[in-house]
Design a protein around this ligand. Structure first.
Ligand code: ADP
Ligand code: MG
Length: 730
């Protein structure tokens, strides 16, 4: 086994950087060339068909058969001209990833001729026998049919394989024969509809011209890069996506010399390459930099409409994975691939904007508009306060569990950071007598609403420890795991905000009926109450600190650290009521999601536990014993030569090794028993709890002894590629 390690190191140290095909011209010349953009549609469709499709996209109405045929025909010619041979509906089942089933354009006509075929009906809808995709008990196996339906809001694109042929990918939604939603995208789309309605009705209080409000999202993606040969020398990386063992290297991230440092050439080549591929399919990547941990990096695009942003993020992950192969890297999206150094997250920057071009979370220089801004801000704080547990549940996964609550990432406690300036504004609204002020700008001035934009501009206080932070003109949900599909947390955020804005508008209307003259006073009165009700979720301090945990407990905020417990929010009465009343998901669909996520958690912990057992026993203990045998022989010879004293240090090492071998063997055995107990359990919740509370507890104990052995045993013999090699050879 150690042979594999040394071979891998040798290969990794002798890599050459592949030559990258840089497209000619400016980025704007090749941006989106592999995407069936609105522009492409405009050029290739008849004006009438183009108008109908555009309208359908705006209104969400169905696209008529003949129009679909025309679009399909145009898409086919466009795709074939760019080297595509196949097409697929590209959708997001509840596995967390994406799914595709490729069909060839090529077909044989009824009279035996070879033709290229792609009909409107195939564009719009496809049946998929996907009984192996997770459905949380919704689809009985005898009714394994599901449907995928084209989502014209997200443009089709061509995905190329290494041989250079392409597949036309058609972003689609996915649901069961009986109509239940089986994907991440459809609920997100539903949530954008309810958010639009509720936010528009509130925006109309301030401006009647607003007809539509859209959520915008920009997703910062963190990742690790490890040389492919080194990665493949570690069975745990292959099977679990993270290292289950590995002693911290002497140099970790303590010097803080990696963050924003100059990007190593081999990494830079990879970045340039995947960015080109991403830009070609219309993903507007903009930022790249080193992250805090060695081997860790970040990419961020310009924000887009939320459905598109979420599609683009998972697509980008896919592009990165494929491009990494060309560069002999493995890109790791696991939330915590290496113990002792920072894990990876996915910061979801979120805002809402009107069709009149206003960012509703962007403070304005006009005091009147500042009231609108504060109204939206306070409603969002209230929404997060009222539904913190559900937000927490959306980020609860086996991988993210290592990160949340550890001393490096937003804690498992959901809190909101606003910054000094906005905290002060909210305090003023809460405490000052404002209700009596009826007209004029006096009220705003008294509340400091006239000063918001300037204070925010100067206000550079950023708080990286907050899971949900206001960053000047948007909120940033930072608790999302790096491997997650953002569609789910963003769907929940949209829905809870929509629900809250709906209540606000109702309250406002009721008050207005009573007294139509005091618009501003009414708004402020309601906001005052909201602030009182939700201010215990506001926190400006260090979210990583122990003090905050204690303080949060005093405030009564939840701090749910384990996944099975956190997931329960999916099926609480409050959640079911919320999602059913907003028509985003129904009870059955929520229960299905709960089960799928529990199931996923169980499987991940089960796999990790098996890998830990196998590596500990068959790689580490066996190596330790071999090394120990050598030591025993040496000690024996010394003693034979009457050099007892000289033999003593060696005997100590022998004892030390025995101690760790015993700990490992005993705990691996007990862990296997715990796993048996869990696996015999019929009830899925209980099973998950056993995995979380019993099986998982052995991981750290075993690891501790393995990592100690790593320090004792001859480096030549150690079978597992070490952290310093995984993180620093590139
Ligand atoms: P930071 O200060 O957090 O580094 P950036 O300006 O780099 O902020 O933005 C981080 C991400 O937030 C980017 O993807 C950016 O496009 C996105 N972003 C900026 N404005 C908005 C907005 N109004 N809505 C959603 N995302 C936004
Ligand atoms: Mg940021």
């Amino acid at each position: 086994m150690s042979e594999l390690r040394w071979k891998a190191i040798d290969v990794a140290q002798n890599r050459t950087i592949p030559i990258i095909q840089i497209p000619e011209g400016k980025v704007t010349d090749f941006y989106g060339i592999h995407t069936f953009t609105d522009e492409a549609m405009k050029t290739l469709l008849s004006p009438d068909a183009y108008k109908k499709v555009s309208n359908a996209i705006k209104t969400g109405d169905n696209i008529e058969g003949n129009v679909a045929d025309e679009v399909a025909s145009a898409m086919k010619s466009w795709a074939i001209s760019k080297g595509a041979t196949h097409y697929t509906h590209w959708f997001q089942p509840l596995t967390g990833g994406t799914a595709e089933k490729h069909d060839a354009f090529f077909d044989i006509s009824f009279d035996g001729h070879a033709i290229e075929k792609f009909k409107g009906s195939a564009l719009v809808q496809q049946e998929s026998d996907a009984s192996s995709l997770p459905n949380g008990g919704i689809r009985e196996t005898f009714e394994a049919r599901g449907y995928t339906v084209w989502d014209p809001n997200s443009p089709a694109f061509i995905s190329y394989n290494s041989s250079g042929t392409g597949t036309l990918c058609i972003p689609s939604i996915y649901f069961s024969y009986t109509g239940e939603l089986l994907d991440a995208k459809t609920p997100l789309l539903n949530s954008t509809i309810v958010l639009d309605k509720a936010a528009t009705s509130v925006a109309n209080i301030f401006d009647r011209n607003v007809e539509k409000v859209t959520a915008t999202c920009g997703i910062e993606q963190e990742y690790f890069l490890v040389d492919k040969a080194l990665y493949h020398s570690r069975p745990d990386l292959i099977m679990c996506g993270r290292s289950v063992f590995g002693h911290s290297p002497a140099k970790g991230q303590q010097l803080e010399d990696h963050y924003f440092g100059s990007i190593p050439p081999r990494i830079n080549a990879f970045m340039v390459d995947f960015e080109i591929e991403a830009l070609k399919i219309g993903i507007p990547v903009r930022t790249r930099h080193n992250e805090v941990a060695p081997g860790q990096f970040e990419v961020a695009p310009t924000f887009e409409e939320i459905n598109l942003a979420c599609d683009h993020n998972i697509l980008l992950m896919d592009v990165m994975k494929k491009t990494a192969q060309k560069h002999n890297f493995e890109v790791m999206f696991h939330e915590k691939p290496f113990a002792g150094i920072n894990g990876s997250g996915k910061h979801n920057n979120w805002s809402i904007k009107t069709d009149t071009g206003v960012n509703l979370l962007g403070p304005s220089t006009k005091p009147k508009e500042s009231l609108r801004f504060v109204t939206f801000l306070v409603n969002i704080v209230k929404a997060v306060h009222d539904h913190a547990d559900m937000l927490r549940a959306t980020v609860a996964t086996a991988g993210n569990e290592h990160r949340l609550g550890a001393n490096e990432a937003p804690p498992a406690i959901i809190s909101v950071f606003l910054g000094t300036a906005m905290t002060k504004v909210l305090e003023d609204i809460e405490n000052k007598e404002i209700i009596e002020i009826e007209k004029g700008e006096n009220a705003y001035i008294k509340l400091g609403l006239n000063r918001i934009p300037s204070v925010l501009l100067d206000n550079t206080d950023r708080n990286r420890t907050s899971p949900f932070a206001f960053t000047g003109n948007k909120f940033e949900f930072r608790a999302v795991g790096s491997s997650a599909n953002s569609a789910t947390p963003m769907m929940v955020l949209n829905t809870i905000v929509a629900k809250q804005l709906e209540s606000f508008r109702k309250e406002y209307d009721l008050e207005r009926e009573k007294d139509p003259s005091k618009k501003e006073g009414i708004i402020l009165k309601i906001l005052k109450r909201y602030i009182k009700e939700s201010k215990n979720i506001l926190f400006e301090g260090n979210g990583y600190s122990k003090e905050w945990e204690d303080e949060a407990a005093k405030r009564g905020l939840s701090n749910i650290k384990d996944v099975p417990k956190a997931l329960e929010a999916y099926i609480s009465d409050q959640t079911v009521e919320l999602f059913e009343s907003m028509k985003v998901l129904n009870k059955r669909e929520l229960h299905a999601r709960y089960e799928i996520r529990l199931e996923n958690y169980i499987k991940k912990i089960q796999i990790e536990s098996r890998v830990i057992g196998d590596l500990a026993q068959n790689h580490v203990v066996s190596t330790a014993i071999k090394y120990q045998t050598r030591l025993v022989q040496t000690a024996k010879s010394l003693i034979d030569m009457e050099m007892k004293e000289e033999a003593e240090p060696i005997l100590n090492i022998i004892r030390e090794i025995s101690k760790h071998v015993n700990v490992i063997s005993k705990n691996v055995k007990d862990m296997t028993e715990a796993r048996k107990k869990a696996n015999n359990c019929e009830d899925i919740t209980e099973k998950a709890n056993i995995y979380s509370n019993e099986v998982r507890l052995f991981f750290d104990v075993i690891r501790k002894s393995v990592d100690k052995l790593e320090l004792i045993i001859d480096d030549e013999d150690w079978p597992l590629t070490k952290y310093r090699e995984l993180l620093y050879i590139r």
